[in-house]
Write a protein that binds this ligand. Structure first.
Ligand code: C6P
Length: 420
């Protein structure tokens, strides 16, 4: 490991964590891209999958593929046990009070749409207010705009400062007698800012307002305890936390879910159906209409087991050291500017380079085997704030190393050569 003397609390945390050992669990890491070893720094878009997750999905299809909650035959019982077992693993992972509070959805986007359409349409009226922030992903803006068209609610936005932090003091001033919900990123995907969510939840509750956290970029990188946070809703995606695509979780406090109408109708979510009316299944099934992505849920359960083997506090500490190393490296490059310099950050390095469009950066570093994302990252209001069309973004996971950062820096040298 390329230890740098004087690095910000780096050597102790990074040296203790054996990232290359964990990386060997990910078969895709042996891949070569354009003839170069793969350097995967696009984890905020989606993470890679360890063999244990791939095996869990494949084992289901090979040995007990069957529908859940429907059959009395053995395969169906095995599938149901594995699917519900995965739910229990998720409950423990985020410390929810009961399995009834874990709703399987397609991902963060569907989770937020579910809350907007079910909770929003049944609890909010014209003139009611929802507080969002300027750093939200489109998935935490557009569902509320759709609700605005349907109900006439008003959206209020917490502004950010030029470090990419929520402007101190601004949040509190947005509350009024009509505030009905706050919906906020735990960690920004475009900037990496970690928001002071615990204090923000507490303030919302002082106003008797529930709060939803978009945890898509938090759950893969730090311990999350929904009871300690006391959030009312928490949304996250499996594919960003080393699990399969097509599955994610909406956590919500049980009483809130009881008071919410179903989001979609169909099989599984009903107790009785007659032409003059139907009654709903108990939680969490009331919100899981139709056959779910059973294999993906089981794979997500395996991802949780895997993450717990490593330990979320170790992952958080290691990535913090790696982010500091990456920040120092990028800051030392002439003409490179990091976008998002919040005091509290998770492993996202968004940057721009003088005279080079981010898409050109992405294309040239790809030729060197380095995968990063370029664009607006589905956070156009953030780009607007910084008056830029796009950034290049390197996003970290626990299997990344300082060598990966060094490879990015070398690839950026190539970019400079091309544009000299
Ligand atoms: N961000 C990124 O490259 P889905 O697509 O539903 O799994 O997650 C949506 C989503 C919601 N909130 C945040 C904070 C996110 O980062 C994302 C996904 C990816 O940054 C793809 S745009």
């Amino acid at each position: 490991m390329n230890a740098r003397p004087g690095g910000l609390h780096d050597s102790a945390t990074t040296a203790a964590f054996d990232a290359p050992r964990w990386r060997r669990d990910f078969p895709i890491m042996k891949q070569r891209v354009h003839g170069k070893p793969l350097v995967y720094l696009d984890n905020a878009a989606t993470s890679q999958k360890p063999q244990a997750v791939i095996d869990a999905v494949s084992d289901y299809y090979q040995h007990y593929n069957s529908n859940v909650h429907r059959g009395v035959h053995q395969l169906s019982e095995l599938a149901t046990a594995a699917y519900e077992g995965a739910r229990e693993k998720l409950r423990q992972f985020i410390n929810a009070a009961s399995k009834q509070e874990i709703i399987f959805v397609r991902g963060t986007t569907e989770a937020i749409n579910l809350v907007a359409q079910s909770y929003g349409r049944s609890h909010l009226q014209s003139g009611d207010e929802i507080i969002l922030s300027e750093m939200e992903h489109h998935s935490n803006i557009v569902p509320w705009q759709l609700l605005r068209e349907q109900t006439g609610v008003t959206l209020k936005v917490i502004p950010i400062n030029d470090a990419g932090e929520l402007q101190p003091g601004a949040y509190e001033t947005l509350f009024s007698a009509r505030t009905r919900l706050v919906s906020l990123a735990h960690v920004s995907n475009a900037l990496g800012s970690v928001n002071p969510v615990k204090e923000m939840i507490s303030l919302a509750h002082q106003h008797n307002v529930p709060l939803l956290l978009d945890g898509a970029q938090a759950v893969p990188h730090m311990p999350v305890d929904v009871r300690d946070l006391d959030c009312d809703f928490y949304a996250f995606s499996s594919h960003k936390m080393f699990g399969p695509t097509g599955i994610g979780v909406l956590y919500a406090k049980e009483q809130i879910l009881i008071d919410m109408p179903p989001y979609q109708g169909g099989g599984e979510m009903i107790r009785t159906v007659r032409f003059n009316g139907s009654t709903w299944n108990e939680l969490p099934h009331k919100f899981e209409a139709g056959t779910p992505d059973i294999a993906a849920a089981i794979g997500l359960g395996a991802a949780v087991d895997y993450l717990e083997t490593i330990g979320m506090p170790s992952i958080r500490d290691y990535e913090r050291g790696l982010l500091e190393y990456g920040t120092q490296q990028l800051q030392s490059l002439a003409g490179v500017k990091i976008v998002g310099t919040a005091r509290h950050k998770a492993g996202v390095l968004s940057f721009v380079m003088d005279g080079v469009h981010p898409h050109d950066i992405g294309t040239i570093v790809d030729q060197q085997g380095v995968a990063i994302r370029t664009g607006h990252h589905c956070a156009m209001p953030v780009m607007e704030h910084f008056h830029i069309p796009a950034t290049a973004r390197a996003s970290l996971a626990f299997y990344n190393t300082r060598e990966d950062i060094n490879a990015l820096v070398q690839a950026l040298d190539k970019v400079r050569e091309v544009f000299r």
